[in-house]
Design a protein around this ligand. Structure first.
Ligand SMILES: *Cc1c(COP(=O)(O)O)cnc(C)c1O
Length: 383
């Protein structure tokens, strides 16, 4: 990646001026006052861009949004209190009863539950397709309002040629929306490939420290304006100033962290390939699909039946057990833990996942320590 493409370098150039401060100040205020009747009325009449109330706008949040728009090469961005708030607020701003959504299978489980438990009951039709079908079968988009994509996904890590899907979507007048949390803007910029709307669970790589829950959407001025007029103020799941400060801090090390995650993931892929108990490695990397520029640290591995997975999980010392990902610490999520959830809420049962699958979040610890832990636990749990 060239110097010009280094997000940290580009971000340094657009940090807002704050009297010489190198980090944006946290403007911890719910409201902003006006120095005259006229300036108050101008704001209400839409003739000024002054701040008025933090549910709608806040300078610290705006600084983060500006940086995200820059990082994803979009026109505008809007922050949210969580990735799910970003997803639900965007869909509710753009979708109405009677519309049809084409969604990728194995979509993030709470996105699936939002589709099934909140959109379907109000008359939105949702159909799920294997990711590959979005690129190979343009007719899939007939009569569709919005295509909801994840590429790579966050369980099986299937990829889609986004440029091709964007072309099909333009021909069918379909909106395209992608969850880009896995790649981060360092490894994939879907807007540059023709996708309409990009969102992130900023709780993951953008925060990078497992200390924040947040979300962000990047798109054109017109889509972001619609969200800002409807669901941002009316559902009110806004991003808080302190969280926005942490996310801006995260963005400044995002490039460096992604490079280290990639180096560790590359090393794991090489070493896993030589392990007899490993049936399948799901870990896309640079150029596996057009527009994908690197390998993130989240991957999954399918073992053969010789591995006792609960025993493997308990034998790990450095890897911890848990959901989420994108922070410093390495984590294991066995698929069978997800499969244990009640059936009516469970997309893993619906779309089918091997109980021998485990998801690894490779963090920022030393790769040789991580491998030693993984390899020792695997030896101890193989019969
Ligand atoms: C975590 C996650 C989300 C949801 O984000 P929250 O910040 O937890 O609300 C959405 N998509 C993916 C791929 C995720 O991993």
């Amino acid at each position: 990646m060239s110097e010009k493409d280094d997000i940290a370098t580009r971000l340094a150039a657009v940090l807002p001026d704050a009297g010489g401060a190198v980090t944006p100040p946290i403007v911890q205020s719910s409201l902003f006052t006006f120095d005259s009747y006229q300036s108050f009325e101008d704001k209400m009449a839409g003739r000024s861009d002054a701040n008025i109330y933090t549910r709608v706008e806040n300078p610290t949040v705006a600084a983060f949004e500006g940086l995200m728009a820059e990082a994803e090469q979009g026109e505008a961005a809007v922050g949210f209190a969580s990735g799910m708030a970003a997803i639900s607020s965007t869909l509710l701003a753009l979708i109405k009863p009677g519309d049809r959504i084409a969604c990728v299978e194995h979509v993030y489980p709470d996105t699936y539950r939002f589709m099934e438990r909140m959109l379907r009951p109000i008359g939105v039709q949702i159909d799920y397709y294997p990711p590959q079908q979005f690129q190979d079968d343009p007719d899939l988009l007939d009569g569709i309002t919005l295509a909801y994509l994840e590429s790579p996904g966050s369980l099986l890590f299937q990829t889609i040629d986004l440029r091709r899907v964007a072309e099909h979507a333009r021909q069918h007048n379909v909106l395209t929306m992608i969850d880009n949390s896995w790649a981060s803007p360092v490894f994939q910029r879907p807007l540059t490939l023709g996708i309409d709307i990009v969102l992130h669970s900023a709780s993951k790589y953008i925060s990078g420290h497992s200390d924040t829950v947040a979300g962000v959407v990047v798109s054109s001025h017109s889509h972001i304006s619609r969200i800002r007029e409807l669901t941002l103020p009316l559902l009110g799941a806004k991003l808080a100033p302190f969280e926005a400060f942490l996310l801006t801090r995260g963005l400044r090390t995002l490039h460096a962290r992604m490079m280290q995650h990639q180096a560790t993931a590359n090393s794991f892929v090489d070493r896993l390939a030589a392990i007899p108990q490993v049936r399948k490695i799901n870990s896309p990397g640079a150029n596996d699909v057009p527009g994908l520029m690197g390998r993130a640290g989240l991957m999954s591995v399918e073992f053969d039946d010789s591995v006792d997975i609960p025993k493997f999980a308990d034998a790990l010392q450095l890897f911890r057990l848990g959901v989420s990902w994108g922070g410093f610490e390495s984590l294991l999520l066995p698929a069978r833990v997800g499969l244990a959830q009640a059936a009516e809420k469970n997309s893993m049962q619906k779309f089918g996942v091997s109980p021998n699958l485990v998801r690894l979040n490779l963090g920022l610890e030393a790769v040789d320590d991580l491998w030693a832990d993984f390899d020792t636990a695997l030896t101890q749990s193989t019969t």
